[in-house]
Design a protein around this ligand. Structure first.
Ligand code: ADP
Ligand code: TRP
Length: 324
């Protein structure tokens, strides 16, 4: 079973990314062959500068490795290290109806956010399909927001197979984990960069303590009074980091009253800080050894490229690009 997924290098990772994407990907490494890549071509569709793109790509590599991506188990690479993906994207584009892309929510969402309507933004799903199909992926773990792109991928693979030969491209399954609850942001909406309500995985200690203390929204129940446990942002976040016993204790303390939100926020900070302690230490080590990141990505790219070359040779021959 080959799992493949891509993450866009779009800035500092937050705990929504961790519980929604990184941690599930790290767990899947134990269950099959994993291909994980940094979707830097995709990030170009919304990136403000070359410098930012470089910085975010390196930063994501460091953070993913710190969070448990194991290069002995996974093939880890930057999307742009395998430029062959663009050729497959082109071939897929030739069978991709305009209407299919026009229906994609992500394009419309990006325009609504003020991005200019570039060809790359519009063709984004065709490149994503190429990412997946190039590596003969069996299963693709993604968030719900990417479900439609997986449907496009399956559709395009089906069209190519109908036109140029059965089983030419492997038709992948999406793994959309309904059980991965949406992590709430500090204000209670979905945690997202675009809402400015995130808790970074790797923030600076003082700043993170202050962030939790100042930005996690609570109601105005006085210290002595019992506090509601329904719709509590503190409790929802605490649950991600605390043991079941610690979580139950905090619920009990809410019900009893006599403990203020300041204390609960302090407890939330402490468990959060402890939860990422090992990852933070590993990150420090990785940051001090840039050659490690370089070696991991170089060897990942070489393996990815081998698989990619085989698929592309098969497809090029089948579609008529090889003539003698
Ligand atoms: P953002 O909304 O901050 O821009 P992205 O869209 O880049 O985050 O998300 C990258 C990955 O992290 C996706 O797989 C997405 O499903 C997951 N993710 C992002 N925010 C959350 C959240 N609040 N809860 C669960 N998963 C999330
Ligand atoms: N579009 C994905 C996102 O924004 C990133 C991505 C690019 C991807 N190519 C992929 C995910 C291939 C899975 C498979 O999250």
């Amino acid at each position: 079973m080959r799992f493949l997924t891509g993450l866009q290098p779009s800035g500092q990772l937050h705990i929504g990314n961790y519980f929604g994407a990184i941690e599930p990907a790290v767990r899947l490494q134990e269950q099959g062959e994993a291909f994980y890549f940094i979707a830097n071509y995709h990030a170009m569709t919304t990136m403000e500068s070359a410098e930012k793109l470089r910085e975010n790509t390196y930063g994501l590599a460091v953070d993913f490795l710190a969070c448990g991506l194991d290069p002995a188990k996974s093939v880890f690479f930057a999307q742009s290290a395998v430029p062959e993906v663009n050729e497959l994207a082109w071939i897929l584009s030739t069978v991709c109806p305009m209407g299919l892309l026009e229906r994609c929510h992500s394009y419309k969402d990006k325009l609504a956010k003020g991005f200019s309507p570039s060809h790359a933004l519009f063709a984004y799903p065709a490149l994503m399909a190429a990412d997946i199909l190039l590596y003969d992926s069996d299963a693709v773990p993604v968030g719900k927001d990417q479900k439609q792109h997986l449907e496009v991928t399956r559709d395009l693979a089906g069209k190519i197979n109908d036109l140029f030969g059965e089983n030419l491209l492997k038709v992948p399954e999406a793994i959309i984990s309904e059980s991965t609850a949406v992590v709430p942001g500090l204000d209670g909406q979905k945690m997202s960069k675009s809402y400015g309500n995130t808790l970074p995985i790797f923030g600076e200690e003082k700043a993170m303590r202050k962030l939790i203390n100042k930005k996690v929204v609570t109601d105005a129940t006085p210290l002595e009074a019992p506090k509601p446990t329904e719709n509590s942002i503190i409790l929802a976040l605490y649950k991600l980091f605390a043991s079941p016993e610690q979580y139950q204790e905090m619920i009990d303390a809410h019900r009893r009253g006599g403990v203020g939100y300041g204390q609960f926020k302090k407890d939330l900070f402490e468990t959060y800080w402890e939860y990422f302690r090992a990852a933070r230490e590993k990150r420090e080590w990785i940051l001090a050894h840039p050659e490690y990141v370089h070696d991991v990505l170089t060897s990942g790219a070489a393996k990815a490229r081998e698989t990619a070359a085989a698929t592309l040779a098969r497809v090029r021959a089948a579609v008529g690009l090889v003539w003698c």
